[in-house]
Design a protein around this ligand. Structure first.
Ligand code: BG6
Length: 476
């Protein structure tokens, strides 16, 4: 008998806005990322979304990406060859509602996902669907200031209802928003927010987050009405924050930083804002504008499972001077942990942190967990005979899966593991192609050159073995 259940959902994860391309095909409207360039120009504050369409760049990586839109059959066949039981993918909101405000969906967009789900079904691969993965229609950002405007809730609910009605026969697992806490770190991508210098930043972000939370609960309600077997999850960009030292002030600072991420899951899993939020909001000088009925909706429709991404732990000090040394390798700024190594992008590598994080989340909520992102973004080299020897990626994944299994032995119920970017795709943070996560290499570079040919990396065969042995053989 293996530690993991026989129905454990091994697989990989992609997102529409980073994989599909075909940005203006078959009636699709603009996504937030369709306005973003690659590289440093993408980073705030260099990128000024307020200028929107008036600001143009030479190259937009999402416009073609890896063209999953036209390669989905080949890609799913490769996932099946690895033995995938699940594929986490997202639906492009502006492919279904080009501006977000329409009443009727775009049939051509819906038909594309019919074909994707049928193909997955043919290979017995369970779809895990993110309804909104950094993919609010750009129109809503431009005209409503994204999720800051309460009307965006109605647009989302209309969109989600269409998805539940159309796809519930294929889909059991739904995730309402990708990495909901990211709205605090990348507000444009996370919430379609165009924040002006004169705005009270936290007020805008937490108000928008409240609207996302209400929308998530309303979607949960509808999903159950359409099909009571639908399983709905929230999604957190997780990673335990450790205290910089054993100084009590550092411990308190780490606790507060952890609450900055858990506040959203406290609402989605327990159905109410936690008591600590009152002081937190007061100190930030913000007031959440709630409408009558919001609290009841949040209370009545919590999520069924908690999904999360894990790339790294973080480090926080209680001393503001020390915190000035934080690096921004990740969307989360963190102090350097002297016990950890880091990737070429400065992301610190902490497999044990995954076990810590899983135990913390489960202790807190007692709901099944689902690891829906984990992986190593690195530069790969293709040898003259077309091979990619990505032992660094295998090592990263092997170490993390080993700790995941330890957490399951600790008693944490886990639905599945879908590693991020199972096929190379465009980086959300930097827009680069050379930051690769995949088991499958895609011939495309940072400037958009390449044949789009797919190649199996060494990690492809390694992951095939891991799935085949249900995680018992992680050797390489
Ligand atoms: C998560 C996102 O934050 O991390 C993904 O959900 C993203 O969309 C992934 O791609 C890795 O980040 P990056 O910046 O390396 O693409």
């Amino acid at each position: 008998m293996t530690v993991l259940n026989n129905n454990f959902l091994w697989g990989g994860a992609i997102a529409a806005n980073q994989a599909e391309g075909a940005y203006n095909i078959d009636g699709k409207g603009l996504s937030l990322v369709d306005m973003l360039p690659a590289g440093d120009a993408r980073k705030l504050p260099l990128f000024n979304p307020a200028k929107g369409l008036k600001q143009t760049y030479d190259y937009y990586p999402s416009h073609e990406s890896i063209d999953f839109y036209h390669h989905y059959e080949e890609d799913i066949r490769l996932f099946a060859e690895m033995g995938f039981k699940a594929l986490r993918l997202s639906i492009s909101w502006p492919r279904i509602f080009p501006k977000g405000i329409e009443q009727e969906p775009n049939e051509a967009g819906l038909a594309f996902y019919d074909k994707v789900f049928e193909t997955l079904e043919r290979y017995n691969i369970e779809p895990v669907v993110t309804i909104n993965h950094f993919d609010t229609p750009y129109y809503l950002a431009e005209h409503y200031n994204g999720w800051y405007d309460r009307r965006t809730i109605d647009c989302y609910v209309n969109y989600a209802t269409v998805l539940f009605k159309r796809y519930s026969r294929y889909v059991n697992y739904w995730i309402t928003h990708n990495e909901i806490n990211m709205i605090l770190h990348i507000p444009y991508i996370g919430g379609g927010l165009i924040i002006q210098d004169s705005d009270h930043r936290e007020q805008v972000m937490y108000q928008a987050a409240h609207h996302q939370l209400v929308a998530s609960s309303l979607a949960t309600k509808i999903a159950k009405e359409v099909d009571p077997t639908n399983q709905i999850g929230c999604m957190l960009a997780a990673g335990e924050v450790y205290p910089h030292t054993c100084h009590p002030n550092d411990m308190m600072a780490a606790l507060s930083k952890n609450r900055e991420q858990y506040i959203f899951i406290d609402v989605q899993a327990r159905g109410a804002y936690p008591t600590y939020s009152q002081r937190m909001f007061k100190e930030l000088g913000i007031t959440i504008d709630k409408q009558l009925g919001d609290d009841e909706i949040l209370k009545q429709y919590p999520v069924d499972f908690i999904s999360f991404s894990y790339y790294s732990s973080r480090l926080e000090s209680g001393d503001p001077e020390v915190n000035k040394q934080k690096g921004d390798g990740n969307a989360f700024a963190s102090l350097r942990n002297p016990y950890l190594e880091a990737s070429n992008w400065g992301w610190q590598i902490d497999p044990v942190g995954l076990r810590v994080t899983m135990n913390q989340i489960y202790d807190r909520y007692q709901k099944p967990l689902f690891i829906v992102e984990n992986g190593l973004g690195e530069i790969d080299h293709v040898t003259s005979d077309g091979k990619i020897h990505d032992v660094y990626r295998i090592q990263y994944l092997s170490d993390h899966i080993a700790q995941m299994i330890e957490a399951v032995k600790d008693g944490v119920p886990l639905i599945g593991y879908t590693s991020w970017g199972c096929i190379d795709l465009v980086s959300a943070g930097s827009g680069e192609m050379k930051k690769r996560y995949g088991f499958i290499y895609v011939d495309r570079d940072n400037e958009g050159n390449g044949t789009l040919q797919r190649l199996r990396k060494d990690s492809f065969y390694w992951y095939q073995k891991v799935i085949n042995t249900n995680g018992e053989d992680l050797t390489y």
